[in-house]
Design a protein around this ligand. Structure first.
Ligand SMILES: Cc1ncc(COP(=O)(O)O)c(C=O)c1O
Length: 410
C-alpha cells in the first residue's frame, strides 16, 4: 500500500510548520486550518440565530443542518437526529446520565469499568444517589484487557447499561466493542462507549458496532473543542428530555441539548470530513464513491502509517530493561492505537517530560483522568505514566528524534 503524503498532510496544519514535535495528541491534536477558517467564516459572515425567516438566518440554518448530516455520515449513523453535538464528552455524558436515570428504578444496575477516563465513570457512579447499584468491571491485571467472563459475573437481570471505553487513553488497546456490545445486548442491557481515544485513529461505524450510545471529542480529531454524542433513535425517542419544559419529547436530539449547539463550532467540524475527502483525492484520485467508503480507505492508509510510528517507539522502549510499557506491547494496528505509556524503574514519570521539553518535543505524564486505572495499577507513587501519543501527521523522523533523547535519559 502507498504511504501517506506527509508533506501534503502537514501543510494542512499551520501549527506543524515550525518544527515543534507534538506527541501529546491524545490530550489534544493540532487543528486543521480548514476548521479554523470555518469558525471565522461563520462568525464573520453568518453569525445570527437560526430559525428566523430572513436570508442570513436561513443560510446559517442550512450550514448547521448540513454539518449534522455530514457528522452523521462520518460515523455512519442512519439519521442525523441521532447525533447531538455538545461542548465536551464529559458534558454530553453527564447530560445523557441525567436523562437515562429517569428511565431507571431503584435497584436497577449499571456497570462501569476501572480503565475508562472519568468522563464515562463519574456520571454513572453518581446514579448511586438515586438508588441505582453501580458495579465495576475490572480490567484483567495480566493482559490489561477487559474480559467478558468477568462482565458475565457482574450482569444480572437488573443490569440496564454497561459503560466502557473503545480505547483506554493510557493503554492504547482497542477493545472489541462490537463483540462486547452483542454480549451485553444478549443479556438485555444497553452500552455507552467512550470513543475519544479511538476516533482520531480509526473509522467509527455506529451501525456496524450496533452501539446504543457513543461519544467523542473533535479536539482530538483535528478539529475544535467540540464533541458529539450518538444515540440510537429508538432510545433517543424514549429518553426523557432535560431541556426547557416546553421543548417537546419528540424534538430529537434537542431535548437532550440544554443551551442548544454552538453554531460556529458545529459548522467548523465539517472541516474534518472535508480534509478526509481531500486526502482521498490526493491519494486515490477523484471518483464518485460514497464519502464513508472514501474515509475508510483514508483511515486504512493512515493507520498503517501509525502502526509504523508505534512500532518504532515500542521497539525502542522494549529494548530498555528499566522501562515497563503499560499496555499492549505490539504495534499491530488491529490491537492498538499509537498512544503509548510507560514507567521507568528509577525515574519518576514527572521528571521525564521536562527533560524532553528543551528539545522541542511535547510529551506528558500523569493519570490523564483515568485515575482509577492508575491507582489499580499502583502507579500513583510514580506520578502516573509517561505518555507519548502520536497521530498520522507525526513522522518516523520525529519518533527517531525522541528515541535519541530517550536513549540518553532513560
Ligand atoms: C478517553 C477520554 N475520554 C474522555 C475525555 C474527556 O473529553 P472532554 O475533554 O471532551 O470532556 C478524554 C479527554 O482527555 C479522554 O482522553
Amino acid at each position: 500500500m502507498e504511504a501517506p503524503d506527509l508533506d501534503y498532510i502537514r501543510k494542512q496544519f499551520p501549527a506543524l510548520q515550525d518544527g515543534y514535535v507534538f506527541f501529546d495528541n491524545a490530550g489534544g491534536s493540532q487543528t486543521l486550518k480548514h476548521c479554523a477558517e470555518k469558525i471565522s467564516d461563520y462568525l464573520l459572515h453568518t453569525n445570527v440565530q437560526l430559525g428566523a425567516s430572513y436570508t442570513v438566518s436561513a443560510l446559517s440554518g442550512r450550514r448547521v443542518a448540513s454539518a449534522k448530516q455530514q457528522l452523521a455520515g462520518w460515523i455512519n449513523a442512519s439519521d442525523p437526529v441521532e447525533v447531538a453535538p455538545g461542548p465536551s464528552t464529559t458534558q454530553l455524558l453527564q447530560n445523557l446520565a441525567r436523562s437515562f436515570v429517569k428511565t431507571l428504578k431503584p435497584g436497577d444496575e449499571v456497570i462501569v469499568t476501572n480503565c475508562d477516563h472519568e468522563a464515562n465513570i463519574g456520571p454513572w457512579m453518581n446514579l448511586r444517589e438515586k438508588g441505582i447499584t453501580v458495579k465495576i468491571w475490572k480490567i484483567n491485571r495480566d493482559d490489561l484487557r477487559l474480559h467478558t467472563d468477568d462482565l458475565e459475573r457482574l450482569m444480572t437481570g437488573k443490569t440496564r447499561l454497561v459503560a466502557f471505553t473503545h480505547v483506554s487513553n493510557i493503554l492504547g488497546t482497542i477493545h472489541p466493542v462490537k463483540e462486547i456490545t452483542a454480549f451485553v445486548h444478549e443479556r438485555g442491557a444497553l452500552v455507552c462507549i467512550d470513543g475519544v481515544a479511538f476516533a482520531p485513529h480509526r473509522q467509527v461505524d455506529v451501525q456496524d458496532l450496533d452501539v446504543d450510545f457513543y461519544v467523542f471529542s473533535f479536539y482530538k480529531v483535528f478539529g475544535p473543542h467540540y464533541s458529539i454524542l450518538y444515540a440510537k433513535r429508538e432510545h433517543l425517542e424514549k429518553l426523557p428530555g432535560i431541556n426547557h419544559y416546553f421543548i417537546g419529547e419528540e424534538d430529537l436530539p434537542y431535548k437532550l441539548q440544554p443551551g442548544n449547539v454552538n453554531f460556529e463550532l458545529t459548522w467548523a467540524l465539517t472541516g474534518v470530513p472535508d480534509y478526509f475527502n481531500e486526502l482521498y483525492s490526493a491519494h486515490f484520485g477523484e471518483n464518485e464513491k460514497p464519502a464513508f467508503q472514501k474515509n475508510s480507505a483514508v483511515f486504512d492508509l493512515l493507520s498503517a502509517h501509525e502502526e509504523k510510528l508505534a512500532g518504532g517507539l515500542l521497539n525502542f522502549l522494549a529494548g530498555n530493561p528499566k522501562v515497563e510499557i503499560i499496555g499492549e506491547g505490539r504495534a499491530d494496528r488491529s490491537v492498538r492505537v499509537p498512544t503509548i505509556s510507560f514507567v521507568h524503574k528509577n525515574i519518576k514519570s514527572s521528571d521525564i517530560p521536562v527533560k524532553v521539553d528543551p528539545h522541542g518535543i511535547g510529551i506528558r505524564y500523569g493519570d490523564f483522568y483515568a485515575r482509577r486505572l492508575i491507582e489499580y495499577l499502583g502507579l500513583g507513587p510514580k506520578g502516573g505514566v509517561v505518555r507519548v501519543s502520536m497521530v498520522h501527521y507525526n513522522t518516523p523522523e520525529e519518533v527517531s528524534r525522541l528515541c535519541r533523547i530517550f536513549s540518553e535519559l532513560l
